[in-house]
Design a protein around this ligand. Sequence first.
Ligand code: ZN
Ligand code: ZN
Length: 253
Amino acid sequence: MLDLHVHLVGHNDREANRENIRAFLDEASRRGLKEIGFADHDYYWEQMNFPLIREVAKDYPQLNVRIGLEAEYRPNEEARIKHLLEQFPFDFVIGSVHEINGWAFDIPEEEQKHWEQDADVLYQRYFDVVTQAASSGLFTTIGHFDLIKIFGVRPRTDILVLAAEALTAVAKHGLVLEVNTNGRYKPVQEFYPEQCLREEIQRRGIDFTLGSDAHCAEVVGRDLDEGIELLRQMGVHSIVGFLRLNKVRYSLD
Ligand SMILES: [Zn+2]
Ligand SMILES: [Zn+2]
């Protein structure tokens, strides 16, 4: 079991100090994880302390501690992200779309706007940006692939049609998609991505990883046993972690 989407500093809620790193690694150990991957939001770059994570990780030899980043993908900021990624030898990089043309759509204050616009157009605009993210060559992983459903708005058109181009880009570039369990605690109350997308992802031969999207230590590994069970029931035989941008495969059999 692995959790490759964990926010040590949350939304700038705490420092990346020894005590806080230990709290995350203790919880990962308690839950029996084999691998944990820190992936803080790139907004908090200045607060990160990768060398200290490496140092504290030495006290947890049974745990593969990976260091990644959750980068905000904006189409006109690829150079900025590329520059960040050159600063550290990351194990994995999650590209996430939380914004459409400068509209930070996933915060609670923005829910009303979701209901006011055409759902198909909303989904199309979102997946257009995801397609660009997947084609950018910057990432190993796309975060919460169908985040646009966060408030429960559903498109009229088949989601497999709306997401087709993005999935093609993900497959073409060998990217990985996460079963992100955090969606259950949002208004939509289900994991990202939804079941029919998970089935299509598997059909296309795209690899899965797992992420709790924990923004505090208590939530590390949350519901991932259920995520694994869902994948097993679909006939998925392995999931992937990362080491220095290379996939490391874990068998589910
Ligand atoms: Zn995110
Ligand atoms: Zn996240």
